[in-house]
Write a protein of this length. Structure first.
Length: 467
């Protein structure tokens, strides 16, 4: 009899144990691949202030204009032969005129002049040819304009000063012949002017510098190593205002209309194409950016944060309770799967799915339409129907949320690293400021939740000097 009582007591305790703590075994929804992440593009305007010092122009002009700069060896047409050499380095400075912006070029020169005096009568040549070696200083003034990526000059000879007045020994005297030599200057005046214009034009072709700078800036910039996020700039058009001469520099306000995008994964290819970039003249250049930036939150991080939210929390009704021990999150069929490992009246893993949403006030990701996956719901209906009740699911939803404020801050810091004197090439400086981070939408990848953020601010790429 005692044996039967013991057996009955054991059987009752077994039933009680089964009724208070039931094991649920459900089918795990396996992760799948998310489509490659590509963002919508918004137009941005990047300011490109270009500063070119007159000293740089001077150095390049001197390297292009060397030695013999003019030669006329035909004495038959005008009785004169002229050769002009650059005697010393050219100096270029601001002319400081009140009317138009002009530069002043001072050219030290050496001249060899052969002058023929005489006549040709009845087939007999009666000529006397004399050679003069002179040195002096030519001063030229140049008006400046911007044409097709180049600063063009229109140069005029302002003055010519000889170090010594040219003379000719005639009838036992040194006779000044400036009246003979200076008219000859008119013959090569236009040649010198053209030489100066051509040399400055070549030295002021800033297209290679600008395009080289843009190509470097437009190479995808790695913003985050862990999630392989890349910032890519795609130029559309280039603008330029008229050139301004200020003190010892030319200043050009250029601008680039472009799109800025962030991509996740392996390094994307650059979409910079020199052949598609044209220069357009404008009065004013915008510099406002509107870029798409991402705040990346891995499923691992999200799982860890949500697990902390459940710590110490009990969920239940009718005397039955569970506590969540651990949370895991992954992607499945365009939704998020949340696996809750529970202990209590039911032991096992509960699977829920839903679409993440964003609370702009709290900067939190949450799940407004969170539901049990089909397999889990069916088993709960049979084993623990109380868990399916809306009140419990609602309480669980309250804990399935987490802040991405730190991710947004990280995204902002990453963007600022690109805008804080970033120097892809010597003499090229990227700077800017961020005025607003505005949430746009959420997208899911294989291993992370991506919060897409629109960034408003300003950016400038300064190009200082010429190579």
């Amino acid at each position: 009899m005692l044996k039967h009582i013991v057996n009955l007591a054991f059987f009752c305790s077994l039933l009680l144990s089964c009724s208070t703590s039931q094991k649920i075994s459900t089918l795990r929804p396996e992760p799948d691949d998310a489509a490659p992440l590509v963002y919508e593009n918004s137009l941005s305007f990047i300011n490109l202030p270009i500063n070119i010092k007159l000293k740089d122009i001077e150095n390049k002009t001197n390297s292009l204009l060397t030695g013999l700069i003019y030669e006329d060896n035909n004495i038959e047409d005008d009785d004169i032969v002229v050769k002009i050499w650059k005697l010393a380095p050219i100096t270029i400075k601001n002319a400081n005129t009140t009317s138009k912006e002009k530069i002043e070029t001072i050219l030290p020169l050496k001249a060899m002049v052969k002058y023929r005096i005489g006549t040709k009568t009845m087939g007999v040549e009666l000529y006397n040819t004399r050679e003069f070696n002179l040195s002096g200083m030519v001063t030229l003034l140049s008006e400046v304009s911007l044409t097709n990526w180049q600063l063009k000059t229109k140069t005029e000879l302002k003055s010519l000063e000889w170090n010594e007045a040219p003379t000719m020994y005639l009838l036992g005297k040194n006779v000044p012949i400036t009246y003979l030599i200076n008219p000859a200057i008119k013959l090569f005046k236009s040649k010198i002017e053209k030489k100066i214009d051509d040399a400055i034009s070549k030295s002021m072709d800033f297209k290679p510098n600008v395009l080289e700078a843009l190509e470097e800036v437009c190479n995808p910039y790695k913003m985050n190593d862990d999630y392989e996020s890349w910032l890519r700039i795609i130029p559309i058009e280039i603008y330029s205002t008229p050139a301004k001469l200020k003190k010892d520099s030319f200043e050009l306000q250029m601008g680039m209309k472009c799109t800025m995008e962030t991509l996740i994964g392996t390094q994307p290819e650059s979409k910079f194409d020199t052949n598609k970039i044209t220069l357009k003249s404008v009065i004013k250049v915008q510099n406002q950016i509107k870029a798409n930036i991402v705040a990346v939150s891995s499923y691992h991080d999200a799982s860890r944060i949500i697990t902390k939210n459940f710590r110490g929390q009990e969920f239940g009704s009718e005397g039955k309770k569970i506590t969540v021990q651990n949370v895991s999150i992954w992607h499945k069929d365009g939704k998020m799967v949340i696996a809750l490992e529970v202990l209590g009246s039911v032991n096992g893993i509960l699977y829920l799915s839903g679409l993440p949403k964003y609370d702009d006030e709290t900067k939190e990701i949450y799940f407004d339409d969170l539901e049990y996956v089909l397999d889990t719901k069916n088993k709960l209906m049979r084993i623990a129907n109380w868990l399916v009740q809306g009140v419990i699911l609602s309480k669980i939803k309250q804990n399935c949320r987490y802040s991405i404020q730190s991710n947004l801050n990280e995204g902002k810091r990453t963007m600022m690293s690109f805008l804080d004197n970033y120097t892809p090439l010597p003499g090229i400086f990227v700077n800017g400021k961020i005025e607003e981070f505005k949430f746009k939408k959420i997208q899911l990848t294989n291993n992370a939740i991506i919060a897409l953020v629109t960034v408003n601010g300003e950016i400038s790429i300064a190009i200082d000097g010429l190579k």
